[in-house]
Design a protein around this ligand. Structure first.
Ligand code: 3PG
Length: 306
């Protein structure tokens, strides 16, 4: 069996060494394609492999087509919007993610971003504290739940909206559940996005929700840029000079945002939510172990194209 790790944004070296050990201990071969600059390199590298590990690398129909032996692809991470699931399914390829493995890194970044914005992006002048402020967690999954937990350590009052998680579970964890996204945005000083990018959520965060935020409201996005309606965000931030946006996934209109909103807007230069040694190791090892288990026992836990 040959397993390819194809990462335009490579894992930390220690994580790659961990993958190599898992793969070689199982008697398999590892191939590595890092920092590729041309998709042709990806198509060539994937041609003879049985398994593929990626990060946010797009596994398109073209990649699937080029991978004639491919049986399993694992997205080492949570969001699998970069995988063409229909193409995988049509070619009998099992697609998986590694949920929860990099969540703490992302949750820590979300709270760090709140501090950064509350302190005027570290420019001289008087900022504010997170203590006593209301935080809205938009989707109470692995990352949202950890962000909520850390926020409570800051003394924030934490609310959450998630139609897939019961109010009882949230309440048992000290979180105030709300019934609608509108209620979350109209209640909270900070809203932290933890929704996936899919047909239901794309462009779903726009004028309607953002205009409801209290004075000085700040949106934190460590999820996906695709969930934002960028035109509507510009409109509402132009009308409301108090609103702020901090994101780990630069918008398509990043130049316009930076020019128009200067200190009220910040985007990391390259997505770094999961860029910790710990998260890299956790996600990379989970991906390698899931592949070995799949080949040795047929285990399909974490399959996302069922
Ligand atoms: C995820 O969905 O797990 C995160 O967005 C991390 O993505 P990355 O592996 O590209 O850093």
């Amino acid at each position: 069996m040959k397993i390819l790790v194809a990462t335009e944004k490579p894992f930390a070296k220690v994580a790659v060494e961990g993958i190599r050990k898992v793969v070689e201990d199982a008697g398999y071969e590892l191939a590595l394609l890092e920092k590729y600059t041309d998709l042709q390199q990806f198509y060539t590298a994937v041609a003879d492999v049985d398994a593929l590990i990626v990060r946010s690398d797009k596994v398109t129909a073209e990649v699937v087509d080029a991978a004639k032996n491919l049986k399993i692809v694992v997205r080492a991470g949570a969001g699998f919007d970069n995988l063409n699931l229909a193409a995988c399914t049509a070619n009998n390829i099992v697609a998986m993610n590694t949920p929860g493995q990099n969540s703490n890194a992302v949750a820590e970044l979300a709270l760090g971003m709140m501090v950064y914005m509350a302190r005027n992006t570290f420019k001289p002048g008087t900022g504010s504290e997170l203590k006593g402020k209301k935080l809205g967690i938009h989707a109470y999954g692995n990352v949202g739940r950890l962000a909520a937990h850390i926020a409570k350590g800051f003394g924030m009052e934490v609310y959450a909206f998630d139609p897939f998680i019961s109010a009882d579970k949230m309440e048992a964890e000290g979180i105030i559940p709300v019934a609608t996204a509108e209620e979350l945005y109209s209640t909270c000083h900070f809203v932290s996005l933890h929704i996936p990018a899919n047909d239901q959520t794309k462009k779903s965060i726009g004028y309607n929700l953002l205009s409801k935020m209290p004075k000085g409201g700040c949106l934190i996005n460590t999820a996906r840029k695709e969930v934002i309606n960028e035109e509507e965000m510009i409109k509402v931030m132009t009308e409301r000079e108090d609103l702020k946006y901090c994101t780990d996934i630069a918008p398509d209109n990043k130049e316009e945002m930076a020019e128009k909103f200067t200190t009220r807007y910040f985007a990391t230069p390259k997505k770094q939510g999961a860029e910790t040694a710990e998260a890299n190791i956790n996600a990379a090892l989970a991906a390698a172990n899931q592949i070995v288990k799949f080949f040795k026992t047929g285990d399909k836990t974490f399959q996302v194209n069922k």
